[in-house]
Design a protein around this ligand. Sequence first.
Ligand code: TZP
Ligand code: MG
Length: 207
Amino acid sequence: MFPPLYAIIDSSLSGERAVAFVRALSGAGVALFQLRHKTSSPAAICTETTSLLASIASPEVRLIVNDRPDIAAITGAAGVHVGQDDLPVEAARRICGTARWVGVSTHNLDQLREADLTSADYIAVGPVFPTATKGNPDPVVGVEFVRAARLLTRKPLVAIGGITAETAEQVYRAGADSVAVIRDLIAADDPAARARQYFAAAERARS
Ligand code: TZP
Ligand code: MG
């Protein structure tokens, strides 16, 4: 089963705090993380990735690097996530190989159809809801877009953008295999407890 919760670490979290966050969430069962330090230097992203990888105890827990297939490969991370303006999926694949995941962001149905024809291991769609976390976000696509996307691909579908533990259930019900979340987890008093609320929402949506 594709991990139902994808926790993204943005620039607001680094060093020991990021390590503690990954430890707490992986202890709660979160099996998929992304490091998204958009403004950091390649050297800093390498260092951060290496320290997060060292904090991950289980081989079932994956850390994906945003934007940079070279850093994913060199650090031994589990994969890379590329956007529409990054290296294309197949270029990232050549760097990362088939053992690592390559995920891709899409924001409309044309991009989704195109991504479906690639070797991408999962397709992200969004922003599903308004978000203040991403600067200059693409237009909000809404939950209906997730439903439409579900009909167009059999690849794992990751919904992103403004999702909270309260709204996750409707997103899973619309066909998302996973929800990718930044603020709602990072800002939580108890991120592990918050993560468990997502798992409960995914269970309810499945039953
Ligand atoms: N891509 C589309 S929305 C978004 C990204 C990276 C930001 C998601 O952050 P949040 O805090 O979960 O809305
Ligand atoms: Mg990118």
